[in-house]
Design a protein around this ligand. Structure first.
Ligand code: PHE
Ligand code: NA
Length: 461
């Protein structure tokens, strides 16, 4: 069955491990280290963690396999991959919209992702300079708010981060993306281990384990701090897609550079497993420090910037380890943001015949311009709200609660129902029973679960 004859014009990963590092680099980001702990904190701990892990397992991994197989089969940017598959297999042209939805979601995510990554960059010199040493949580909160209040500083760090992403993506798959992750991912891993060791010494490790891993049934049914089980599930599904980089073509485009001989199911399990492990480990690095100094875990988006910084400030060698923490956070954000830029960059190279440099520059500039609105929504434009949300919150809501789950739903429907079964069979190379189990999940469970979560969020039940 010679199904796969295409090669990518952008090149291929040097090895299977390069793909795993890059895809794990994409997955592990602000979502794990900044967002996961604060969403857990807001949703009340163990109940959320449990639902989130179930979603990763039953929805995330099957959809990831679907995205990678689409990418590897089409061997182009998501838009052109879908276009080619529609031609090759006579599926309806409208499915190309799935590629466009991804590119649009990517722009939106990148625009605010870069602003938050900018906070992290700003915190490196601030923490190293001892700004938080012995500072009260209140004082740290003022310092964070002070940063948000200064539009020029926010824009500066947002620009620096975007330039860092451009520097990598403009160099292409092998000498840009692959080179960056080969250095950054091991560094990230080492830093994380170091920080967990430090957190274990902080004293509230057992309390943190309990908080993260022991859900109470009553809490689960009531939806924890999220208010209802439906709200908790919508939060968990959005976080599951975001954290695994699914629903917008990032993993799909990385899959298009993957060797035909590498196992998609195995790789997916490794990537999703590492991402989940790192989110949990990040929780175990953050909460012990928060609890050890008697702070509350539910401070929201400011959790690692305010609460954790206050915690570090009261710990021995806190300035040093705090600095390492924000270096870690910045590295993680960097290896994710480059994957968010890649689908649109690859598309411009393919369709316009542009150089990588030019494609990456246009993508970075467009996302940068849009990010300005997010940065300004925190200060000079804070009065401008829709449904009580400022621009940045609105963009976050639009992608997390709508576009990513919708993208995941469409991937599942396309792969499960529209694309000929033999394509998935040839790409996944699974034994019959395992393939059938995957097909059941992608055809029934994934669409149903996402649809239910949507309907529930709309208040239908
Ligand atoms: N997975 C990344 C994180 O957890 C974010 C991301 C989303 C990256 C979508 C690529 C695509 O931070
Ligand atoms: Na992640």
């Amino acid at each position: 069955m010679a199904l796969n004859q295409r090669t990518s014009i952008h090149g291929q990963w040097g090895s299977r491990w390069a793909f795993i590092l890059a895809a794990t680099g994409s997955a592990v980001g602000l979502g794990n280290i900044w967002r996961f702990p604060y969403v857990v904190g807001e949703s009340g701990g163990g109940a959320f963690v449990l639902v989130y892990q179930l979603f990763v397992l039953a929805i995330g991994i099957p959809v990831m396999m679907g995205e990678i197989l689409l990418g590897r089969h089409g061997r182009q940017s998501p838009i052109n991959t879908l276009k080619s598959l529609c031609v090759d297999y006579g599926t309806h042209r409208l499915w190309t919209l799935l590629g466009w939805l991804g590119v649009l979601a990517g722009f939106i995510i990148l625009s605010f992702y870069s602003v938050v990554a900018g906070w992290s960059l700003a915190y490196v010199p601030m923490t190293a300079g001892g700004a938080f040493v012995d500072a009260s949580a209140e004082r740290v909160g003022e310092i964070f708010q002070g940063l948000l209040d200064r539009p020029l500083e926010l824009l500066l760090w947002h620009s620096v981060f975007m330039a860092m992403c451009f520097a990598v993506v403009s160099r292409g798959v092998r000498s840009g993306l692959e080179k960056a992750v080969r250095f950054l991912m091991p560094a990230l891993f080492l830093l994380l281990i170091l920080l967990v060791g430090y957190g274990m010494g902080a004293g509230a490790f057992a309390e943190s384990l309990h908080y993260l891993f022991v859900p109470s049934l009553r809490e689960l049914l009531a939806g924890g701090e999220a208010g209802s089980l439906g709200a908790l599930m919508l939060g968990a599904v959005g976080q599951a897609f975001f954290t695994l980089s699914l629903g917008m073509g990032a993993i799909m485009v990385y899959g298009s550079y993957l060797s035909s001989r590498s196992s998609i199911p195995q790789n997916s399990v490794i990537i999703a497993g590492s991402d989940t492990a790192i989110a949990l480990i990040a929780g175990l690095a953050v909460f012990p420090i928060v609890f050890a100094v008697g702070l509350e875990p539910d401070s929201g988006a400011g959790l690692v910037f305010i609460t954790l910084s206050a915690g570090f400030g009261q710990m021995p060698a806190g300035a040093l380890f705090g600095t390492l923490f924000f270096v870690l956070l910045s590295f993680a954000a960097w290896t994710s943001a480059i994957s968010i830029m890649e689908p649109a960059t690859a598309y411009l190279v393919e369709n316009r015949g542009w150089s990588r440099r030019r494609g990456a520059a246009v993508v970075a500039l467009a996302a940068w311009a849009m990010g300005i609105l997010s940065a300004l929504s925190l200060n000079v434009m804070s009065g401008l709200t829709v449904a009580g949300m400022g621009f940045m919150d609105l963009m976050e809501f639009l992608t997390f609660a709508v576009m990513l789950p919708l993208g995941g739903l469409l991937v599942a429907l396309y792969v499960g129902w529209v694309l000929p079964r033999r394509v998935a069979e040839a790409e996944l190379q699974l034994s019959h029973p395992v393939f059938n189990a995957w097909l059941m999940l992608i055809r029934w469970l994934v669409p149903l679960a996402i649809a239910l979560v949507f309907l529930n969020a709309l208040g239908v039940f």
